[in-house]
Each structure stands twice: as structure tokens, then as C-alpha cells.
Design a protein around this ligand. Structure first.
Ligand code: UYC
Length: 231
């Protein structure tokens, strides 16, 4: 009823993160009137940087077949809710679309591809990164990639999340791998089928960095000024 919708609307606007997280799927169940509330919510908050709550609301609209939801996004958020800034001329829209659709496995591949594009044609051909290339990454591009992951994963995935966990473990790699389920005892998690490609994964599980050639790439990523110099 109109009353239920209005009560959900009030709680979405004023509630805690936890309340908002519960209300968004409830609104999604309520058809067009529920979607309208999510649209209003996104518009109201568009002046401040998107959080993962905005990501949740956006994803409901993005994955809905309702014509007015599609039209609303096309008009107001054609590029999504995270600014797709790049200092390397990279188009992050394909990554944005995979994350909005919650296709984390394809998004993970796309992340590696885009990072190789940032590094340049030799890295694109090689299909993996040298740590020196990561050192030279533009802060802007790392922020964009990281914010896309954060906003579309309930704040669970992203390099900054991984880095915080690694710092909390005193930078100890042996403790870090099992913490993010990249290793179980002596066994490396096998790519791709043993990784967890949804939000049931532990915090920091994605995006992946292959450790076949050692820790230097991920170490460079965690040492990058992007995480300490806010732009
Ligand atoms: N793989 O085990 N990985 C691949 C991971 C290792 C291996 C890709 C992550 C250990 C081989 C991604 C972990 C290891 C290939 C990841 C992991 C190993 C491959 C695709 C836990 C053997 C085939 C992108 C740390 C003991 C490719 C890419 C090749 C692929 C990720 C083997 C994203 C996080 C040490 C043989 N693994 N990888 O980089 O180069 O190819 O032969 O880390």
C-alpha cells in the first residue's frame, strides 16, 4: 500500500546503513512505486560521492527491466554513479557495466585488462603487469577502478580493502592469503573455479592478483600513493 511505501521511503532516507541495506531489496520487490523511491534517493544524493548504498540502489534499477528505470538511468546516470575519470585515456564503462551487473568474474578479468591498457601496449600484449608499471600508475585511474569495486560490492572488494587487511596483519603475506581465501593451508586457491565470485566471499577476496610471478606487483599496488594521497 501507499503507506508501506511511504514508511520504507522514510526509513531509506533516515535509516542507518544496515536499515538502508535491508530496505533496498524490499523496495525492489514493490514494482514501479518502489523503483520510484530508489530513483528519488539516488537523485537526492548525487552531489556527494557515491557509497555502496548508492551502488545497491543503482544496481536494482540497472538490473530491472522496467522501462522507466532504464530511461531514468540513461538520463541521469549514463556513466553510472562513480566518475569514470582516467589520466591515461582509458574507458572504464565496460568495467562499470560488469560490476553493476554483479558479474564479478568477468569484472575481475576486465580489471586486469584495463590495468594492462593503462600500462601500455607492451603490457596489453603480455597480459600481465610488471611491478614497475604499477609504480607508475596514475592515482586517478587506481581511484576509479577501486571506487567501482567498492561501490558495487557493498564495500567488500577493492585494492584499498585488501591493503587495509594486509596492514592490519602487519604486512604479513603468509597471514594475508588465507584471510582473503587465496590460500588454504599449503594450497593456493585454484583459478578460476575455486575462487568465490559473489558477495558471499570474504572481505578483500576480489579483485585477484596472480601470485605466479611473486608478490612484487601486489606489493607495489599496496605501496602506491593512491591510498595515501586523496585527490
Ligand atoms: N591464482 O593461485 N595461475 C591466474 C590467482 C598462483 C596459475 C589468473 C590467485 C599460484 C597458472 C588469475 C591465486 C599458482 C595460471 C590468477 C592463484 C598459480 C594462473 C588469470 C592465489 C600455482 C595460468 C590471469 C594467490 C601454485 C596463467 C593471469 C599462466 C592464472 C589468480 C598458477 C587472475 C589470486 C602461485 C599456471 N591466476 N597462481 O594472470 O600465466 O593469467 O600460466 O598464484
Amino acid at each position: 500500500t501507499a503507506n508501506d511505501i511511504d514508511s520504507l521511503r522514510q526509513r531509506l532516507i533516515a535509516g542507518s546503513l544496515q536499515v538502508q541495506q535491508q530496505i533496498i531489496p524490499q523496495l525492489a520487490e514493490l514494482g514501479n512505486e518502489g523503483l520510484e523511491v530508489l530513483m528519488e534517493f539516488l537523485l537526492k544524493r548525487r552531489e556527494s560521492p557515491a557509497t555502496w548504498i548508492d551502488g545497491k540502489a543503482y544496481q536494482v534499477l540497472y538490473n530491472s527491466d522496467a522501462p522507466n528505470a532504464r530511461e531514468f538511468l540513461q538520463t541521469n546516470f549514463p556513466e553510472g554513479i562513480v566518475p569514470l575519470k582516467s589520466d591515461a585515456g582509458i574507458n572504464y564503462k565496460p568495467l562499470q557495466q560488469l560490476l553493476a551487473a554483479q558479474d564479478f568474474q568477468a569484472a575481475d578479468r576486465m580489471t586486469i585488462e584495463k590495468m594492462c591498457e593503462v600500462a601500455g601496449p607492451t603490457a596489453v600484449k603480455r597480459k600481465w603487469l610488471y611491478f614497475t608499471e604499477v609504480d607508475n600508475f596514475p592515482v586517478t585511474d587506481l581511484h576509479t577502478i577501486n571506487n567501482l569495486w567498492l561501490v558495487h560490492s557493498e564495500g567488500k572488494f577493492g585494492f584499498s580493502v585488501q591493503r587495509e587487511i594486509w596492514l592490519s596483519l602487519g604486512k604479513n603475506w603468509d597471514n594475508f592469503w588465507p584471510k582473503i581465501a587465496w590460500k588454504d593451508g599449503n594450497n593456493w586457491t585454484r583459478y578460476p573455479n575455486s575462487f568465490i565470485w559473489d558477495l558471499s566471499a570474504p572481505k578483500g577476496h576480489l579483485p585477484l592478483s596472480n601470485q605466479l610471478r611473486g608478490v612484487r606487483v601486489i606489493a607495489s599496488l599496496f605501496a602506491h600513493p593512491a591510498w595515501t594521497n586523496k585527490v
